[in-house]
Write a protein that binds this ligand. Sequence first.
Ligand SMILES: Cc1cc2nc3c(=O)[nH]c(=O)nc-3n(C[C@H](O)[C@H](O)[C@H](O)COP(=O)(O)O)c2cc1C
Length: 318
Amino acid sequence: MAWSDFKKPLVCLAPMDGITNTAYRQIVRRLNKHVILFSEFTSVDGLLRSEHVRQRLDYHPSEHPFFMQVFGNNPAHFAETAKMIEDRGIMGVDINMGCPAKKIVHSQHGSALMKDVDTACRIIEAIKRACSLEVSVKTRLGWENANNLIRFGKTLEAAGVSLLTIHGRTYKQAFKGEANWGPIYELKEHLRIPVLGNGDVANHVDGLRKMNNLDGFMIGRKAIGNPWVFRDSRKYPEPTLAERSVIAIEHYHLLRQIKTERVALVEFRKYLGEYVQGFRNAKGYRQLLMTVKTETDFLHLMEQLQRVEPEIVLAQAS
Ligand SMILES: Cc1cc2nc3c(=O)[nH]c(=O)nc-3n(C[C@H](O)[C@H](O)[C@H](O)COP(=O)(O)O)c2cc1C
């Protein structure tokens, strides 16, 4: 399926390391039929070397449309990995050219590719030669400013990418300050391929408002533990605490299919802030959930949330 075949707006779960694994993607899909799902980023070198890393290619058929995000800097390794991704039936390869983490950039991966346009293009071309998958890129406004964004976008388009996602911050900003969508709107005027905006989208309605002339948007942080964020709040009520608890438990069981009990209990803490909120003493409750030692205790506490007395549930924000 080509990017141009998708119905607009393209509403996407942003790739997030440690968050958007198959368990969470399945939960987002359960509540949202049309959201486009991206995996967390995965090293192409890791995929080639390690059976353990290759487990990241496992996904549930319900996740489609599902795209795999990868990072690295060796065009031949990208090509080999893309073939593996294609063989698994995944819809496309998204190349990370935006991660600002020191370890990633020092290895000439992620954001470093904004400065090494030649390698960036050779990676795209190598993937396109190796398979017939859709190739997209997720990047940032630029290194220090957005002055080079249009030139960079046009170069990637000419190399063969069929979709670009721009996080409205520079490498230097990392996650500081507010995302600036202005340069992304301008970039769109110069490209034929679809362009997605990303950065500080609070919910579906906010995404529609921010996207302006773009083809869609990605939601990242606000989607952590909040798979309802993609629903149009003008049509759907906010989930109740009991609903959140039911979905959180389902999510935990899915996570357990890919992680041990000890690891799942620790990793699930990342999602608790959003799942467990909106009632008196929610903070104390979260602290309990963060420190439980066994799955039995965790699930018991989670189930209790379905029976919280209405008078201690706080009014849901609209
Ligand atoms: C915990 C976390 C992990 C992330 N991992 C990735 C990643 O693997 N690949 C990527 O392209 N961006 C990653 N990002 C960046 C997000 O995809 C997104 O660009 C950024 O959070 C801005 O969008 P937001 O304001 O909606 O969160 C990550 C962000 C967070 C918070």
